[in-house]
Design a protein. Structure first.
Lengths: 252, 285, 259
């Protein structure tokens, strides 16, 4: 299987004069194969979300390399970055806030299609198809984010992320803000899409229990570093590091 | 033992939402004022410049509803004609500073770095001038007149909008929907036009609405001090200034423009307040 | 044993719209009741109703909440203030928000005690330190001298529990007390609340969306869905054999760790 994402010695430093610089991500390296589901778990402040932001170039990398489908995008800008976004998309934690409050869900889903040269009619047709793939009726294209529930909005956000057919989806706590029953439905949808489109997922999450059935491989992060990697069962049933043990013991 | 009691019933009073009505009323009144100022030439019953020295300082009558001034000019006509200078120049002024200031603010927030620092410190510099002193300086260099008074007010007022737009832009810059738009491949111009501008327009609009009243007062104030409109051009502030010594004997001559200022400022302030409440998402259903 | 608090056929409405309907339950001293439900189920409003904290638009439109013979929704603000804190304590999801950001933690604990009639500063500080120590803080002096922002979110939450227990209330209302916390900290806060019951015999009403937290803490539980009771009973028996389909669905949707 080919590699879709390779991260090498990634570092992010947030300068802070008063309290000393914060090393949010410290020498993180990992690879993600095409069609693989990799989870990064950790508590708040572990640097897991920062990794997602660095990979998606929403934050400037301090040092290190990010190869997306073989191409180094660690400092990509402009057209090169736009091309990179064709291959990777992100689903955010707060679904409602990830849509412009003044535009409809349809506008949000079609934005990337229009930006990449599709005609309006074709984009709308594609948008309807995506909505039905994600289990929403076509009328949702005309709804505003505050008019729909969190779960429906997250379905629309997944539809938006899938629009330009990326090969890698970064899910940043994509189910954490949802009710458990809704969370279960969204996870099922993600499983279904992953099988259908053979996509790679980078699944950022704080809940280990969620990851156990959902992902192929797990990375545990703590204070900006990777402390442990392995298959979910390996990590959960026989953790090697003290921190991982503590984390697992705390799960109710 | 306690007997099973019927549950207490409490009636809930529900305040009806009168926001829409308020918006229509104040919006309508403001529109009326603007139309009045726009068509002031057609609305005046007499020529506001026509002097009739046989009828000076006449008290209000059926012929001259607000009386006449010391040159025998019809006060009602002069107040209506004055609305052109007062309301129209204020709207122009506020429109200009709101647009210019917001653009500077948004660009500063987006570009950042040295550009941002230099421009925002320049803005601070303008903010540090007391309005009147600056207007005096402008009048001294460029001479008096409505245009120079507007220029002076614009120069010291735009930074407020620049700061507001900048802070608003920075606040939504990190919002997930802006990041999602970036990942959808939208460039910086599209980002500003489609996502940032519509989302920060609300607070800027409200500030501008509330500023109309303030600016009207300031403009009238400058004119009152003789730094704005020059006689015989009818302008409410200068009309009051010219006739202030008549207040004890022929009060209508001073009170008519004073009342016009009072009413217009109040209408625009109330409209501003209502728009703010209307845009507040907490009040939306 | 007498009932400490009892909700009887409670309806709550916001702006004329009923969001909680016909909820009844009661709690004895030292008991912990868990109220679970998803967003919009009305569970938080149920808790807020006890302290008349529903805001301007909310009202208990039907039913009664009795605490020691007082019908809470009918109390005047002044009467409520006497009860609030000393008889009934409250903890919120974001404890940081209930501390004043520009004053030291110690001063705020001091204020709570002063407001309820103990003016001696030295004595108060000692009391606060003592309580912090009992709740397992290694260095209470440091906590007292800190500003809220200097403490982590988890630490703030733990201090909030201590602050709520300062006046030794008989009843503690906890609204999603652990939902914003990491699992490792969540465990500490749960243990702290259980300790509060052990030391002071405090009864707790716990509102949460997390079944795990209820399972770890509550003796009894009530499942809410769209403002109505779906199921109510002993935690252990509901967890083992839920009778309603909704509870079953909640339980099966909850991610479980296979160790």
């Amino acid at each position: 299987m080919s590699e879709i994402l390779r991260v090498e010695h990634l570092k992010k430093i947030f300068p802070d004069r008063d309290r000393g610089d914060l090393l949010a991500v410290n020498d993180v390296s990992f690879t993600l194969k095409a069609g693989e589901k990799l989870a990064i778990i950790g508590e708040s402040g572990s640097g897991k979300t920062t990794v997602a932001r660095l990979v998606t170039r929403l934050l400037e990398t301090s040092s290190g390399r990010i190869y997306l489908d073989g191409e180094d995008i660690a400092h990509a800008k402009g057209t090169k970055l736009k091309e990179a976004y064709k291959k990777m998309q992100m689903v955010f934690q707060s679904p409602i806030e990830s849509f412009d409050p003044r535009l409809t869900l349809g506008d949000g889903i079609m934005e990337s299609l229009l930006n990449h040269g599709l005609e309006k009619e074709a984009a709308l047709a594609e948008c309807q198809k995506l909505l039905s793939l994600c289990g929403l009726s076509r009328e949702f294209a005309h709804r505003y984010p505050h008019e729909v529930s969190g779960g429906q909005c997250q379905r629309a956000a997944i539809a938006r992320a899938l629009a330009i057919e990326p090969r890698l989806l970064i899910l940043d706590e994509a189910t954490s803000a949802l009710d458990v029953t809704v969370q279960a439905d969204i996870l099922e949808l993600l499983q279904h899409i992953q099988k259908e489109r053979n996509m790679a997922y980078l699944f950022i999450c704080h809940d280990i229990a969620l990851v156990q059935d959902f992902c192929d491989r797990v990375i545990v992060m703590h204070k900006g570093r990777i402390v442990e990697t392995g298959t979910p069962d390996e990590v959960i049933q026989s953790p090697k590091e003290a921190y991982t043990k503590k984390l697992i013991d705390s799960v109710l | 033992m306690n007997v099973k009691k019927e549950p207490t019933i409490r009636l809930q009073k529900i305040q009806p939402n009168r926001l829409n009505q308020k918006l229509y009323i104040f919006g309508g009144l403001a529109l009326l004022l603007i139309i009045c100022s726009f068509f002031s030439d057609q609305l005046t019953p007499y020529d506001p410049y026509l002097q009739d020295l046989s009828l000076t300082k006449a008290p209000p009558s059926s012929e001259h509803l607000l009386g006449t001034d010391r040159y025998g000019r019809d006060m009602l006509s002069r107040v209506i004609a004055g609305s052109k200078t007062s309301i129209f120049s204020t709207l122009l002024l506020v429109g200009f500073i709101a647009t210019f200031g917001s653009l500077v603010g948004i660009i500063c927030a987006r570009v950042g770095k040295t550009f941002d620092t230099v421009l925002m410190r320049t803005a601070d510099m303008f903010l540090a001038f007391p309005g009147l002193v600056f207007a005096l300086a402008v009048a001294a260099v460029l001479g008096g007149g409505v245009h120079n008074a507007i220029f002076a007010l614009a120069a010291i007022s735009w930074p407020k909008y620049a700061r507001l737009a900048r802070s608003q832009t920075l606040a939504i810059e990190s919002a997930p929907f802006i990041q999602a738009a970036k990942m959808a491949g939208s460039g910086p111009i599209k980002l500003i036009r489609k996502h940032i501008l519509p989302n920060i327009a609300g607070p800027i609009l409200v500030t501008a609405m509330l500023d109309i009243g303030t600016m009207m007062m300031e403009l009238a104030g400058l004119s009152f001090l003789g730094l704005g409109a020059k006689p015989p051009i009818p302008e409410w502030g200068s009309m009051m200034s010219d006739t202030r010594n008549l207040l004890p004997t022929q009060p209508w001559v001073t009170l008519a423009p004073g009342f016009a200022i009072f009413i217009s400022v109040m209408i625009f302030n109330l409209l501003g307040d209502t728009v703010r409440d209307y845009l507040d998402p907490k009040n939306r259903r | 044993m007498a009932e400490l608090i009892s909700y009887e056929q409670v309806d709550i409405s916001y702006k004329g719209q009923r969001i909680v309907h016909n909820i009844s339950f009661s709690l004895h001293e030292g008991e912990i009741m868990g109220i679970v439900g998803e967003s919009g189920s009305g569970k938080s409003s149920l808790l807020r109703a006890a302290l008349n904290m529903l805001g301007r638009d909310g009202l208990v439109t039907r039913g009664d909440i009795y605490y020691k013979g007082l019908d809470l929704p009918d109390l005047s603000p002044a009467e409520m203030q006497k009860i609030c804190g000393s008889e009934i304590g409250m903890i919120f999801q974001h404890a940081g928000g209930s501390f004043c950001p520009i004053r030291r933690v110690g001063d705020q604990l001091q204020e709570i005690l002063e407001a309820h009639g103990s003016p001696d500063q030295q004595e108060n500080e000692q009391l606060a330190c003592e309580l912090l120590t009992r709740f397992g803080f290694d260095n209470p002096k440091r906590i007292i001298e800190s500003y809220p922002f200097e403490l982590s979110g988890g630490m703030q939450q733990r201090v909030a529990v201590v602050a709520a227990m300062l006046l030794r209330p008989k009843l503690l209302l906890a609204d999603e007390p652990t939902s914003a916390l990491d699992v490792t900290v969540q465990k500490q806060v749960i243990e702290e609340m259980l300790l509060a019951r052990e030391i002071f015999g405090t009864a707790i009403i716990l509102v949460t969306h997390n079944m795990g937290v209820v399972q770890a803490m509550a003796d009894k539980m009530l499942v809410m869905h769209q403002g109505e009771t779906v199921e109510q009973g002993l935690t252990a028996s509901i967890m083992k054999a839920p009778s309603s389909p909704y509870t079953k669905r909640l339980l099966s949707a909850m991610p479980k760790l296979r160790r």
